[in-house]
Write a protein that binds this ligand. Sequence first.
Ligand code: X54
Ligand code: ZN
Length: 667
Amino acid sequence: MGTALIYDEEMTKYKLLWVDPACKIEVPERLTVSHEALVATGLADRCVSIPVREATEADILLVHSEEYLEGVKKTPYMTLEDLQEFTLQYGDVYFHPNIYHCAKLAIGASLQLVDAVMTGKVRNGMALVRPPGHHSMRSAASGFCVFNNVAIAAQYAKRQYGVKRVLIVDWDIHHGQGVQYCFEDDPSVLYFSWHRYEHQKFWPQLRESDFDSVGKEKGAGFNINVPWNKVKMQNSDYLSIFFHVLLPVAYEFSPDLVLVCAGFDSAIGDPEGEMCATPDIFAHLTHLLMNLAGGKVCAVLEGGYNLTSLPQSVCQTVQTLLGDPAPRPANLESPCKSALESLQCVRSAHRQYWSCLKHAADLPTSDISTKRIKLEEEGEKTGEGEEDKGTDEKVWAQPPKRVAPSIRTAVVLPDGVACPDQCERFSSPGDPDPLVVSKLRENYLKDGDDGNALTTLYSLTALADKMDRNEICSGLVLVRDVSMAMMCVVQHAATALSNRVLVVCVGDGKVRSDCSEDGKTLVVQFSSKESDDQRSKYYIPVCLQKGCSDVPGLLHSISGLLLPLGYEYDPGLVLLVQMPDSGICDSVWQQLIGLLQGLARGHTLVLMREDERTRVGPTASSLLGNAAPSLGQLHAPLPEDVKAVESLRHRLKSDWKLLQTTAPETG
Ligand SMILES: CC(O)(O)NCCCCNCCCN
Ligand SMILES: [Zn+2]
């Protein structure tokens, strides 16, 4: 299934008609440069183009009051003075004779996107709209927003399609207070937002934008605010929040639909955000959401005011929705102290609501809420100046080209096992290299192994070479002896491949842990047995009480351990090994494959025992980029497993910075 792109140039036909420093950044060019970039890169042509429609009054009344709608309805007929007068009642927003029309198209675009995804016409999609929506409230415009596009889309999805649970991810750099107010007592809509806050000094300067606003009454726990109390946040800060807050909670919540308030003022160069995250980070943020809700992800444009990083970020997002592998998350640094403080505060505020956060640490000693109070006392609570901050011009590298290899998934299967459609059978090219063969024979073949064990091994190494050269994206090989084949690839990688290899072992079994201390391989093994292997930075055994059959435990350690490790390690190849009798169920196996494909430009090589024939189909489906089936609502991971992950993180965080979930003790 494809990716929808919804855009209409009519939404460029309104602008600021008077002087207002607060609003001058919201210009029609935001939409034109974004759409033009999608066209110029060829991405628009790969999408399913779906027309906008005008929202009906009923659509608007799903969120807004009649009196507010009546007021906005009059704006097309207002004089300039009346428009300015009408605008004065709201904050940081402007009206225009055509903005009501465009606001109805922005809602209509969002609802068309929801229709296309919910009816299965497409898998996911993006709506390029203006005016944005997430600040607008039931009876008020705010922050360039007139109607709340995404809030209306959520209500519409619930009413029209009986959607039970909607996850709204708001990665815009401003707090979507309008969305928060709309759903704060509603447990069927989980609203997640990060936003520049600076201890309430940054617009909209609301006390309720802080981490302790967790929702109300039945909605308690279903509103997650992550305040950024400093600027210059980087990719690692953003990813840490996804790994240690959003993903664990999102999997526990198990949404039927994911809506994204896709604002790109959180990207480098933006005058509002003043952050340092690069446009390619949105490839990863998008990718990490794409295995939720069976892949039903609707991204709706919110903010984004740098006319260079905005289109780059939009393209990164759409290219990922289309299924292209994400660029490698190169050289991630440690999250900064302020980000870790916020991370710790959010996890602590929500630990009573989400079992995956049960063992989160207390509020940091340097409790940042006291900072807010101190600032209030000192009257430092001033809106950031409306005057043009001399934003020192930021420069950043063009996002790397993301060329998808001609072959997406190659397979090496025993005779009699059908090749899954859209996959290609792989057989080693040309005559086997005698040197490699003799090495394989002497190292890996037991006597009695027949010829085709050797052929399989040879194909395996040849396939790894092709992936290393980006000629094939992913691979699936069924082998007789999984451990031996794993050693063969690791050995081959150590000598022949240019890149680091992340080895993910699912299930019990001896993994020669002396594979390397040189950092060429990182082995993470999920099993039910405490491993007696000496602990090292590059061999990380994760012991789960009930082994890999325990969905919540495995998911929790994937999002809270494996992904941070994998992103920080940034391998060129991921070797995913399913040990015999691992007990892992297909749906978790598919989630694991889907999530790991955010690494190594999607170069995931899967090894399974040759009798796992029933798993060939689901494995191939995930390697092809199809969304994994939803796991359904997860019950709590076992406390022992949550504690085991916490203690592993605590032990390893000096080596692996993305495992940190608390601010370093001040002292
Ligand atoms: C959709 C959105 O979240 O990007 N709207 C941002 C509104 C910002 C209002 N303050 C502007 C001050 C200018 N220096
Ligand atoms: Zn914004």
